[in-house]
Design a protein around this ligand. Structure first.
Ligand code: ATP
Length: 357
């Protein structure tokens, strides 16, 4: 049966020579039983530290971790029954793949016959060709094959939670797509609560039922793809998530009007005067000759094989924005275009990033 994972007020610091570094600041979230959460964030934001704390490889300074209602904060990784797959696979180099799978059972002195059966079962799950890898040592395996063995070693233990730290980043682009699909299939099949750390948005979206956006040791927002993409709660999420991310333009609000390009855009509900960031998605913009905003295309991102392309536009006031178009639409660099502000707009406080509209 799948477990619920709950983190309460987790804080973790590292002491360096001159300062105390807050790697995690007061983290609170829940993963529903059987769901996979992708943790996405820039380099150094604390993703691996968070994973290690859930695993029991690091202890928090403050806070507690619960698996269902059991407090596991003081338990070792072994007692928590975690399965973990790392970026560098971390296989035991002198054991064959079979030994790598069998190792935890040797420690428990499980009878060989039982271990053999478990390995056979795992090989069946991992599909065609896996059995053939079992009699090779890690150095005789390709990166993709080592990764399959690492995944096998994770699932054979029937863990209560599976943890993945950038498991696909050492694979080439094609193999990454194939392995990503296989992994997602396994996660759905096992229905084991899982955490998947990555800095690759496509991976985060295709693997996770939920996505947690991290920055500077904090979880900024957790939600489904739709919630994160269309309902960001914070300017950081809006600027970080999406390909392309949302356009964000510095504006002022005076008397409940957004002032941009010396024009006033009335707001539906009054908000405090001040400095804000006006947000809108490039995919919501419609180019049309009657539009009141004008600019010049200075770069077109995308290939004919992509379903859409991104126009990079320099506006008259020198701000730069991105507009998404269908690949079939033909535009040239240097061309002038006009458009109107889309209906769906967002507004974030410049000082705090908090969303207000
Ligand atoms: P990346 O995507 O680059 O792997 P990350 O988001 O996984 O980064 P962490 O590895 O969790 O980030 O590190 C978070 C912060 O804590 C970083 O500033 C890192 O330098 C620091 N840190 C991590 N482990 C230690 C440690 N053992 N001692 C001191 N500082 C550490």
């Amino acid at each position: 049966m799948s477990i619920e994972v709950r983190l309460e007020n987790i804080t973790k610091t590292f002491k360096t020579k001159n300062e105390i570094l807050y790697a995690l600041k007061n983290i609170n979230f829940k993963i529903p039983p059987g769901k996979t959460i992708s943790i996405l964030g820039p380099s150094g934001c604390g993703k691996t530290t968070l994973l290690k704390i859930i695993a029991g490889l690091e202890r928090p300074d403050e806070g507690k971790i619960f698996f269902n209602n059991e407090d596991v904060t003081e338990l070792s990784p072994y007692e928590r029954k975690i399965g973990m797959v790392f970026q560098n696979y971390a296989l035991y180099p002198h054991y064959k793949a079979r030994g790598n799978l069998a190792f935890p059972f040797w420690i428990k002195k499980t009878p060989e016959k039982e271990i053999d059966e478990k390995i056979k079962e795992t090989a069946k799950i991992l599909g065609v060709g896996f059995e053939y890898l079992l009699d090779k040592k890690p150095k005789e395996l390709s990166g993709g094959e080592q990764q399959r063995v690492a995944i096998g070693r994770c699932i054979i233990r029937n863990p209560s939670i599976m943890l993945f730290d950038e498991p696909l980043s050492n694979l080439d682009a094609k193999l990454r797509v194939i392995t990503r699909a296989q992994l997602k299939r396994l996660l759905v099949m096992f229905n084991t609560t899982s955490v998947y750390v990555t800095h690759d948005q496509t991976e985060a979206i295709s693997i996770g039922d939920l996505i947690g956006i991290m920055n500077n040791g904090e979880i900024i927002q957790i939600g489904t793809y739709d919630e994160i993409a269309n309902n960001p709660q914070n300017a950081f999420v809006a600027s970080f998530f999406g390909k392309p991310s949302m356009n964000l333009i510095e504006v002022k609000v005076i008397n409940s009007q957004i002032i941009w390009r010396n024009k006033g855009i009335p707001l539906e509900k009054p908000i405090e005067d001040g400095e804000y960031l006006l947000g809108f998605h490039g995919r919501d913009v419609l180019i049309n000759p009657d539009g009141d905003i004008k600019g010049e295309i200075y770069f077109i991102d995308g290939t004919p094989a992509d379903p859409s392309k991104i126009l990079h536009i320099q506006l008259e006031d020198n701000t730069s924005i991105k507009i998404e178009i269908k690949s079939g639409e033909i535009y040239r660099c240097g061309e002038n275009i006009s458009f109107s502000l889309p209906k769906r707009i967002y507004l974030f406080k410049k000082s705090t990033g908090e969303r207000v509209v």
